[in-house]
Design a protein around this ligand. Structure first.
Ligand code: PMP
Ligand code: GLU
Length: 397
């Protein structure tokens, strides 16, 4: 019998992290693996941010910080939300955490009671459903397909809400589909939320800066729901700062105070040096952010064209983030070398073994029909990866 709690025994390992690990293990054996599994910008953290971190150490920013982050940093977040998003928050409503991942966990622990329903559109980022499990909430999924650009309709939302619904959580731009909700699409969802004043909305905006269509639209811009929206954001994607572990939530004061209390018992404030670096990032211009976005857009266009040339792959043109989530059902039931592909996870393993390209199967994103490909890799690697994938898929008969 396991010594571990049911809670941890029931928790799945993060599929994104697992596939990245499998790819690294194969690479350590000398295999030339192209890693399209991990959702991490391949750019360097901007130099001015690194300089600020070095200076932070020299200036002895080496002590515990306030649990919710340095007030200067929280005020910088407030200024960003005002200037870029037109949103009003007080700095006491911003809680800085060890990555957006912790911010999400904080909110779920603070809001969800056992048995509460949490509505999640599929496909979703792998950790959403697992953290809901940890807090003993019940996931209620709204399924979407590539044909609807992986976006839910107001009608689907309305049908999913019950008296037990506590929270709706989604990301836009979305991981894993890259879909971006427009202002009018958000407004249509808000009309539904207006009829259900007890439902909170977790709006994960971590890919805000990687948006190829328009300016970013937050659901918090609608006054009728703003007080029950919790914005999640951070520095990992926009500033290529994944390892710095810096994210935040912005919410009403009750939720922010609760997150602060929870964090005070679990991690305390995140790294002092990362916080100083995050402050410098926000104080700087958006030049590096723009450069990265432009590079991602170019890569998206290259990969889209190449994916469209592969038989049977059904794919939409993502408006943001750095992922494709192609429907690969065409290959189910096909075989090569005595091995039959039954689902998207098996296809992902096949591509790792046969093409030496690591992707992530859709199952842990709540969609068994697709695989996720990150295009946070050089153009050269992406072109090579697509050629390898095309060749490997071509062998399946
Ligand atoms: N939300 C989404 C949708 C993500 O893809 C990620 C990726 N890591 C996170 C949150 C967490 O980001 P962070 O690195 O800030 O913890
Ligand atoms: N969010 C990234 C991804 O989806 C990083 C891995 C993770 O944190 O799960 O791949």
């Amino acid at each position: 019998m396991s010594a571990l709690s049911n809670r941890i025994n029931n928790l799945s390992e993060s599929a994104t992290i697992k596939m990245a690990k499998m790819g690294r293990e194969l690479a350590a054996k000398g295999v030339d693996v192209i890693n399209l599994s991990f959702g991490e910008p391949d750019f360097k953290t901007p130099n001015y941010v690194k300089d600020a971190a070095k200076k932070a150490m020299d200036d002895n920013y080496t002590y515990y910080t306030p649990v919710a982050g340095y007030p200067e940093l929280r005020k910088a977040v407030v200024a960003k939300l005002k200037n870029e998003n037109g949103l009003d928050y007080d700095f006491s409503q911003v809680v800085v955490s060890t990555g957006a991942k912790q911010s999400i966990a904080n909110v779920l622990f603070c809001l969800v009671n056992p048995g509460d329903e949490v509505i999640i559109p599929t496909p979703y980022w792998v950790s959403y459903s697992e953290v809901v499990k940890l807090v003993e909430g019940k996931c209620v999924f709204i399924d979407t397909t590539v044909d609807q650009d992986f976006k839910i309709s107001p009608h689907q939302l309305e049908a999913a809400i019950t008296p037990k619904t506590k929270l709706f959580m989604f990301s836009s731009p979305c991981n894993p589909t890259g879909s971006v909700y427009s202002k009018s699409e958000l407004e249509a969802l808000v009309k539904v939320f207006e009829k259900h004043p007890d439902v909170y909305i977790l709006s994960d905006e971590i890919y805000e800066y990687i948006n190829f269509v328009d300016k970013h639209e937050s659901i918090a811009q609608f006054d009728s729901v703003k007080d029950r929206v919790i914005i999640i954001n951070g520095w990992s994607k926009g500033y290529a700062m994944t390892g710095w572990r810096l994210g935040y939530s912005a919410s009403n004061t009750e939720i922010a105070t609760a997150c602060d209390k929870l964090q005070g018992q679990i991690t305390s404030g995140t790294s002092s040096i990362s916080q100083r670096a995050g402050l410098a990032a926000y104080a700087g211009s958006l030049e590096s952010v723009d450069e990265m976005r432009n590079a991602f857009k170019k890569r998206r266009d290259i990969v889209y064209k190449l994916l469209k040339e592969i038989d049977g792959i059904k794919v939409n043109l993502p408006d943001g983030a750095f992922y494709f989530f192609p429907d690969v059902t065409y290959y189910f039931g096909k075989s090569y070398n005595g091995k039959t592909i039954n689902d998207a996870d098996e296809l992902s393993i096949y591509l790792l073994e046969e093409a030496h390209v690591s992707t992530v199967g859709g199952d842990s994103f709540g969609d068994k029909k697709s695989i996720r490909m990150s295009y946070a890799a050089s153009e050269e690697k992406l072109v090579e990866a697509m050629a390898r994938i095309k060749a490997a898929l071509g062998k399946l008969k």
